[in-house]
Design a protein around this ligand. Structure first.
Ligand code: HEC
Ligand code: HEC
Ligand code: HEC
Ligand code: HEC
Ligand code: HEC
Length: 239
């Protein structure tokens, strides 16, 4: 609900900056109808930005929404991760790597702690999320993703994340072997820290005539193994 409102405001913000509805707000006088009132912290951030661009704008920010948290970039990442038009899957919670791993620099292995020990990387438990989020101020709960997170916490139910990268059942990838050999996550998953939604990477390096291929194809695995003198024996990867 809040997110709908946010997108309305962002839509309005866009329309305003494009001058589409300028007539409605131009008379920045005492005319009561022309004042824009924030209905959430996220809207308040957008209204402040609008006013910076157009100082004549009359804005009003109720006290309960006059707080820095969630930050403007958190609101924007949340919005982008919810948006079906952002490439990638819409997950049960609009969790953004751009925000967590990028802006806040949280280490990949803080959440994917299995990568150095086990073949699979694993996704963090609700407990790991709440280790940070239980300390956030109440105003943070306006984000629908945080409400969903807390429902899982209270009901003790896991979050059913959709798996993005998936190999056929008869093929094995070993995260621990790659991580121990110093192959960075980004070599296989791309710049995850720049993405609001994780997407399977395209790889054009090994295909000399530049046809895009998915990184999870056999030829891509084999090429890197050949370059690094790692086993290309069928049974290395196939059961
Ligand atoms: C190490 C601390 C930490 C952990 C662990 C953590 N977060 Fe966050 N989270 C943050 C910070 C910091 C922000 C941003 C605060 C701001 O700028 O408003 C944030 C923002 C968010 C947001 C809003 C922005 C966005 O990404 O959509 C959501 C939703 C969220 N977290 C969900 C989660 C979930 C789900 C997990 C567990 C999978 C999790 N967080 C784990 C620290 C953490
Ligand atoms: C705060 C916790 C957190 C941090 C830090 C984090 N991740 Fe994640 N990661 C998640 C969650 C939750 C998911 C599942 C939801 C999704 O796909 O966005 C996930 C999913 C992924 C996926 C997709 C998995 C699949 O289904 O194929 C990849 C790849 C990934 N992370 C890589 C990284 C890399 C690389 C970093 C460091 C640059 C990183 N993550 C940092 C929590 C985190
Ligand atoms: C050599 C390439 C490679 C590297 C390096 C790599 N991954 Fe992966 N990752 C994959 C492949 C392939 C899959 C799909 C695995 C499957 O379906 O069995 C995957 C799946 C995942 C998944 C979701 C499924 C699971 O295994 O839990 C996450 C999360 C993930 N990777 C995170 C990371 C993180 C974080 C790093 C760095 C610490 C990393 N990966 C390094 C290739 C790689
Ligand atoms: C970016 C380079 C790179 C890519 C891409 C890559 N690998 Fe690897 N892989 C390595 C390296 C380096 C090692 C060596 C680890 C070691 O020395 O123990 C390795 C080791 C392995 C091992 C363990 C080998 C053994 O001897 O037990 C398996 C299994 C494996 N890779 C599977 C895969 C699969 C499946 C893919 C594709 C989905 C893949 N790899 C893609 C670099 C890569
Ligand atoms: C470095 C890892 C790796 C090695 C080594 C490897 N494969 Fe694969 N193979 C894969 C991956 C990943 C897939 C699934 C993705 C795909 O279909 O391209 C796959 C898929 C296949 C498939 C199914 C293709 C299809 O279209 O369904 C066959 C058949 C196959 N491999 C045969 C072999 C044979 C034979 C060898 C030994 C000469 C071998 N592979 C060595 C990683 C490997």
């Amino acid at each position: 609900m809040n997110t709908n409102r946010t997108s309305l405001t962002v839509g309005l913000a866009l329309a305003l900056s494009l001058g589409l509805v300028s007539s409605a707000v131009q008379p920045a006088s005492a005319e009561s109808g022309s004042e824009l009132t924030a209905r959430s912290v996220c809207e308040a951030h957008e209204l402040r930005a609008l006013k910076e661009a157009d100082p004549h704008l009359e804005i009003s920010i109720p006290k309960e929404f006059d707080t820095p948290w969630p930050s403007r970039s958190a609101c924007q990442s949340h919005e982008a991760a919810l948006d079906e038009d952002t490439p990638g899957l819409v997950q049960p919670i609009p969790f953004s790597h751009k925000h967590h791993a990028g802006e806040f620099g949280i280490d990949c292995q803080y959440c994917h702690s299995g990568t150095d020990r086990s073949p699979s990387a694993g996704v963090p438990s609700v407990e790991v999320c709440m280790g940070c989020h239980s300390q956030f101020p109440a105003s943070y709960d306006e984000l629908s993703g945080i409400q969903t997170l807390k429902e899982h916490w209270e009901n003790k139910t896991p979050i059913l994340w959709e798996q993005v990268n998936r190999l056929p059942a008869q093929v094995q990838n070993r995260h621990n072997r790659h991580v121990k050999a110093g192959v960075e996550c980004q070599r296989c998953h791309g710049q995850v820290e720049d993405q609001d939604k994780v997407v399977v990477q395209e790889d054009t390096e090994w295909w000399p005539w530049g046809l895009p291929t998915q990184t999870l194809e056999m030829g891509w695995c084999i090429t890197c193994h050949r370059d690094n003198e790692v086993s290309q024996d069928c049974y290395t990867c196939h059961y």
